[in-house]
Design a protein around this ligand. Structure first.
Ligand code: DGL
Length: 277
């Protein structure tokens, strides 16, 4: 048994979709969440900037005595996971591998779509991970840069004409490719599940990367005998680089319940961003 907390971070609020699944799968675990709300979105930035920001996010989390870190962000997982793993001894889990495995499991035809931020699609990381498992997979990838701002603005409901129009424009080539599985390669996208599913059709399986990362974290901790007592109720602490009040007010949209725990603001730019030896 390991009673230390798990660190989770994202560029903003999207990673809370993974935390929501961790509440379900890992109820006894203490969680320290950091959302870089002052600098979100990461997805349109260069790989160099994303790595710099990610190093600071990890440096902040390492101030706690953690047993593992979950990168609940498609953009950081696809762009900075290798660097972060190389530079830190703590187990670090991203969303790509778990989501790739789930996509291959779900797809009957091998036709798999991947959507994500510009940085995620530019990295080709999901495609590489899927091909490593199923070389003959027929992949269609599409960057959807407007989806994160729509989600952060709460424009997630069925019937929102702007959101439906944007989803249609981005997903029309993916639907035309005839995929039977779609990887929601950004942890913000599960909030758009209804709109995306309406457009793609109910027969297309949607892979929630946050959920898959939560499952992978549960497996990792279980195998390493690192779980906390599942009968207890885990404590959660939230940190954000912009207003703590705004974070608390928006969090329920992602978590499906209100935050009663405290939220604190962090000056993330004061944390080290240089390469570690
Ligand atoms: N949740 C992040 C991701 O999964 C948000 C993207 C962003 O910051 O642009 O990619």
């Amino acid at each position: 048994m390991d009673t230390r907390p798990i660190g989770v971070f994202d560029s903003g609020m999207g990673g809370l979709t993974a935390v929501r699944q961790m509440f379900r799968l890992l109820p006894g675990e203490d969680i320290v969440y950091f959302g870089d709300t002052g600098r979100v979105p990461y997805g349109g930035r260069s790989a160099e900037t994303i790595v710099r920001y990610a190093r600071q996010d990890v440096a902040f989390l390492l101030g706690f005595d953690l047993k593992a870190i979950v990168i609940a962000c498609g953009t950081v997982s696809t762009t900075a996971l290798d660097v972060l793993k190389r530079e830190n001894a703590i187990p670090i889990l991203g969303v790509v591998q778990p989501a790739a495995k789930a996509a291959v499991r779900a797809s009957k035809t091998g036709g798999i779509g991947v959507i994500g931020t510009k940085a995620t699609i530019r990295s080709g990381a999901y495609e590489a991970a899927i091909r490593a498992i199923q070389p003959e997979a027929k992949l269609t990838a599409k960057a959807c840069p407007l989806l994160v701002p729509l989600v952060e603005d709460g424009r997630v409901k069925r019937g929102d004409p702007v959101t439906e129009r944007v989803v249609e424009e981005y997903l029309s080539p993916v639907r035309a490719a005839g995929v039977d599985t779609l990887v929601l390669g950004c942890t913000h996208y599960p909030l758009l599940r209804d709109v995306i599913s309406d457009y793609m059709g109910a027969q297309v399986a949607l892979i929630d990367t946050g959920e898959e990362a939560a499952r992978a974290a549960a497996a990792l901790l279980g195998e390493g005998d690192m779980l906390n007592d599942p009968a207890r109720e885990g404590e959660r602490r939230y940190y954000a680089s912009d207003s703590a009040e705004d974070f608390a007010a928006t969090a329920s949209l992602f978590l499906g319940s209100d935050i009663t725990d405290c939220v604190e603001r962090v000056a993330i730019e004061t944390y080290p961003s240089e390469e570690k030896a």
